[in-house]
Design a binder for this molecule. Structure first.
Ligand SMILES: Cc1cc2nc3c(=O)[nH]c(=O)nc-3n(C[C@H](O)[C@H](O)[C@H](O)COP(=O)(O)O)c2cc1C
Length: 207
């Protein structure tokens, strides 16, 4: 075995632990989360502690750091019970980055990034009209992760997907053409990876 370094996470500070974890668990999908505030302001922000975790019922989750303050996406999703997930691709990655700015709740990141809020069909949260695909979600569970000091560090929001919208140009029936979707993955920090090139197939063993 090649030489390895072992880190006991109890001996690491939070930043180093975060850097190791997010540098290794890569690439991470990006949930570009659309919510509506109680004041009617459309909110949009990216979350890469995000994934799809079940198909029956179709379920996604995203995890929001709430150490300093509860971010708008978490506050809005919990209060309204709804959010959208917008898929980030080559075409929208720059705009996605703009929406990561820490804007106060009365500022809509749609306006800041020059994006068009599109009404959902089954819920009230906004979709990104420019996104190649969008999921409409109803909050199905909320779970707080508690750190060693006893305080909640992250709020995990689970959502049941109630509608899936996909641009026809990347669809083959109910299958997605990954070479045409070209979704973006997040590496660590400000690093990203493209998925259009380097795709390959690996058939599973039959036994
Ligand atoms: C690609 C990317 C992924 C991010 N993932 C997360 C995440 O998983 N959890 C989190 O709390 N913040 C994450 N952030 C930071 C939030 O997007 C940022 O704090 C944003 O301002 C939150 O906006 P909101 O208050 O409108 O929800 C991420 C930022 C970027 C650029």
């Amino acid at each position: 075995m090649e030489p390895h370094t072992t880190f006991a996470t109890a001996d690491l500070d939070a930043t180093n632990c975060y850097k190791l974890l997010t540098g290794l668990v890569t690439p991470r999908p990006i949930g570009w989360i659309g919510t509506k505030g109680a004041d009617g302001i459309d909110n949009l922000a990216p979350y890469s502690f995000f994934n799809a975790i079940s198909a029956e019922p179709p379920t996604v989750l995203f995890s929001v750091g709430i150490g300093h303050h509860v971010k708008d996406s978490a506050a809005n999703a919990v209060a309204s019970g709804e959010f959208t997930v917008n898929i980030v691709t080559d075409e929208t990655v720059e705009a996605m980055n703009v929406t990561a700015g820490e804007h106060p709740p009365h500022i809509s990141e749609f306006d800041v990034a020059g994006l068009t809020p599109l009404p959902s069909t089954l819920i009230d949260a906004p979709r990104v009209a420019e996104a190649t695909a969008q999921l409409e979600c109803r909050v199905s569970d909320v779970h707080d992760i508690v750190s060693s000091n006893g305080e909640a560090s992250n709020r995990v929001i689970f959502g049941e997907v109630v509608a899936i919208h996909v641009a026809d140009r990347v669809l083959d029936g109910t299958r997605i053409r990954p070479d045409l979707l070209r979704s973006i993955g997040r590496m660590a920090g400000s690093g990203y990876t493209k998925t259009g090139d380097g795709l390959f197939q690996l058939e599973r063993p039959t036994v």
